[in-house]
Design a protein around this ligand. Structure first.
Ligand code: SAH
Ligand code: SF4
Ligand code: F3S
Length: 440
């Protein structure tokens, strides 16, 4: 096949990694990358549906795709990822110009989907949505940068938090064998990768589904980190996401002890009221959450702890929300992603009778944003006057400087002569709630 493809991806890092595989698959078919939809013969949208705002954003992009398809009906429009997986037939009813769609567990069938889509018009659009044990984890990926890579240690989620669509669209937790992962990371390191980010919706549950094999115990995540730590050439290992209910002392010890493992844990709290946490089915109390935060801070000097928070979950009262503010104050987060609760069709919470009015949800998220930004600024200011290790990733947004990240995952704008991929020591001179500034 000849021609050009345009790919736009939304959502979490798992989806961004899927996008790298989509590129690899399309390029293996002979298609070349286009930077704008107008220049492409094949348009691919890799979607997220975790909140309604994600759906709304996509609708705008699909409007462009529909217009381009009207101009040139030979153009192919494909949609991948979590939204068509959630809606299936309903998706094609809403977007009849889409030529084909598949869900995240069927990425390996993208070439097939593409060939069916370029068949003469008149056939109904193809869709691949079945749940299957086939992991896309082992599909090859077209990396954005030569020195950084994502590695998917597991797919899916079996937690069924009551607000969350992810288990419905990504299937149950399935781990990849530890040997396969070690071999993949070794190959990446040999290919020049210095930093890997291990991906899973709940990496602390890694290995549980594999069970023990004969005499060998089931692999676990801390053990996997120890195995990867010995790989030559590998400098940094990041991982996400950690579920608080499964964050064990063994993982804390691994973060504290291992050379490669970065001092950053993303630990979504979601809420601080035990009543709300129970209704969210999170499996921990505020006290248990904070105990894990304190254990991390005690074991790992200078560790950065970041979180996700949801404002306005059904039934959340002012008192409950006050408990969330109290938890945030005590945890003293380095950064937080704050979300307005968004009902998702098919999830348990969507049917709860006591939905919080949208303006109250908004108001609450505003106070969370204010508090967590103050915390981030305070945390970042502690870096000013100190020296930090930075992996340089590329040019900064202003184009004048370089941009990179410290081990604690804060972005730094760096001045000085250096090439992307270098790990350098940087004197930090200034801080905002989102970034640091410094010079080599
Ligand atoms: N597996 C991760 C994150 C998955 S989704 C975890 O367990 O934390 C990323 C974040 O989106 C979640 O942490 C949650 O804060 C948010 N989120 C998920 N569903 C949501 C919903 N229906 N409304 C608002 N925020 C939601
Ligand atoms: Fe969603 Fe909960 Fe699974 Fe995270 S752990 S993906 S929030 S169901
Ligand atoms: Fe979105 Fe799917 Fe990730 S719903 S957050 S892209 S798992």
């Amino acid at each position: 096949m000849t021609g050009r493809y345009y790919l736009r991806s939304f959502g979490c890092q798992m989806n961004a990694h899927d996008a790298e595989r989509i590129r690899a698959l399309l390029e293996a078919e002979g298609l070349e990358r286009a930077e704008a939809p107008d220049d492409a013969d094949v348009l691919v949208y890799n979607t997220c549906t975790v909140r309604k705002s994600a759906d709304d954003r996509l609708a705008g992009h699909l409007g462009t795709a529909a217009r381009l398809k009207r101009q040139d009906p030979a153009r192919v429009v494909l949609v991948t990822g979590c939204l068509p997986q959630a809606e299936q037939a309903g998706f094609f009813a809403r977007f009849p110009f889409v030529d084909g769609a598949l869900g995240p567990q069927n990425l390996h069938r993208l070439p097939e989907l593409l060939h069916e889509a370029v068949e003469p018009a008149g056939v109904s659009p193809a869709g691949f949505f079945e749940d299957g044990p086939r992991l896309s984890g082992s599909l090859s990926a077209r990396r954005e940068r030569p020195f950084q890579a994502w590695v998917q240690v597991m797919s899916g989620c079996t937690n069924y938090c009551s607000y969350c669509i992810v288990p419905f669209v990504r299937g149950p937790e399935r781990s990849r064998p530890a040997g396969e992962l070690a071999a993949e990371v070794e190959a990446l390191a040999a290919d020049g990768v210095r930093e890997v980010t291990l991906l899973g919706q709940n990496v602390n549950a890694y290995g549980i589904d594999l069970g023990s094999g004969g005499d060998a115990p089931a692999p676990d995540f801390a053990g996997l980190l120890r195995r990867l730590d010995t790989i030559e050439g590998l400098e940094r290992v990041r991982f996400m996401t950690s579920h608080p209910k499964d964050l064990g002392d063994d993982l804390i010890a691994a973060v504290a002890e291992l050379r490669t493992v970065c001092e950053h844990v993303h630990l979504p709290a979601q809420a601080g009221s035990d009543r709300v946490l129970r209704r969210m089915r999170r499996g921990y109390t505020a006290e248990q959450y904070l105990e894990r935060v304190h254990a991390l801070r005690a074991a790992v000097p200078g560790v950065s702890i970041t979180t996700d928070l949801i404002a306005g979950f059904p039934g959340e009262t002012d008192v409950d929300f006050g408990d969330t503010l109290a938890l945030v104050r005590e945890a003293a987060f380095d950064a937080a992603f704050t979300f307005v609760y968004s009902p998702r069709v098919g999830t348990a919470a969507a049917d709860l009778p006591d939905q919080v009015p949208p303006d109250v949800r908004r108001e609450r998220v505003e106070s969370l944003i204010e508090l967590t930004q103050q915390q981030a600024l305070a945390a970042h200011r502690t870096w000013v006057g100190r020296r930090a290790e930075v992996l340089v990733e590329g040019a900064s947004r202003d184009g004048v400087q370089h941009r990179g990240r410290i081990r604690q995952n804060v972005t730094v704008n760096v001045s000085g002569a250096v090439e992307p991929g270098a790990i350098v020591m940087v004197d930090i001179t200034a801080a905002t709630s989102t970034t640091l500034r410094g010079s080599i």
